[in-house]
Design a protein around this ligand. Sequence first.
Ligand code: UDP
Ligand code: MG
Length: 376
Amino acid sequence: MKGRSDWLKVCPVYAFDTICINQNRHGIGTKSRHASCDHFLISNGGEKIFQKKIATEAHMKISTISLVVPAFNEGEKIYDNLAEMLHAANQANLANDSACAFELIVVDDGSADNTAEEVARLAISDTRVRCISLTRNFGKEAAIHAGLANALGDAVVVLDGDLQHPPALISQMLTFWRQGAFVVEAIKVEDPQKNGSNNRILANGFYSLFQRFSELDLRGHSDFKLLDRLVVDAYLALPEKLRFFRGIVTWLNYPSAQIPFSVPERAGGASKWNKLKLLAYAFNNISSFSSTPLKLVSLLGVFTLSFGAVIGTISLLQKFQGKSIDGFTTVNLLIIIIGGAILLSLGIIGHYIARIYDEVKARPSYMIKPKKSDKQ
Ligand code: UDP
Ligand code: MG
């Protein structure tokens, strides 16, 4: 009987570190590539034990999983953190008793430090690692988009480069994915000790405002998600440029599974978000999912005109009773009528702009619920 190390020598397709390395430059392959990989293996290895394994699994597809990691100035710890992710990927293979081919795509989001060099250093020793460097810092959303657009996997896992999205959960994500979920979401469990922190209060405020305006509940959601290829393609097919990853995946609403997790401390470096950046991010995300703020202007116009009508009536009554100061009624009425009319007109224009905005985003008017057979 052969030991695991013998297996690795004879049969690269089961070697967790070198799956299908001969098939393409990224060391991974699609269904057809795997078919040729099987052929390659059979023609290279004559041993019975090996052929039997291939024969039983020849018709079974080996899944390719892409890990997408946005990274901005993470040089200090990125090498160790990525190594930890690859280790978790190997563990996921062992735990699931299946061989997935992994690729790890790091999107260097215009880092000013040695992030790209550190990733390149790891890529030399591990061919599963790839680095995509953006020309400048475009922000995390753009980095995730670039990663998804370049991922080749049947499923893609998006996770942060600072280990705040525990890679150990990848194994469980793959299990849910195999069981039929198209999206597996890691949901943040609130730490009661951090509940009172300023950031938590701000985040809760953002989520309830976001829910009110967009009718999507993102409480506890994070960017740590596994997406089936079908979902990745649907995400990439949307033409909008300013994206909110979490929001869009929730909006697409493919059958999903949730895994609760508590966010660990950052492994190296510091958070890249300050209060101002977070505020701008929150406003962008609300406005990209709702045109309600634009429509609120017409409500304000109606309210101003109604309130003005009451004040105007009182002013006129005082005028007829001879109680008002000369000219005051005219000025009052003019301000009320002009102010209300301007706001109401702006509101009507706002409605049309909201329609244009929705059309420009060009989100599909419906999504068809996938069948289990649509899964990769
Ligand atoms: N990140 C990025 N571009 C940015 C900001 C952040 O790619 O402009 C990456 C960062 O390197 C990390 C992830 O996004 O891998 C999450 O960022 P961070 O840890 O700063 O956010 P927090 O965990 O505080 O929400
Ligand atoms: Mg973080």
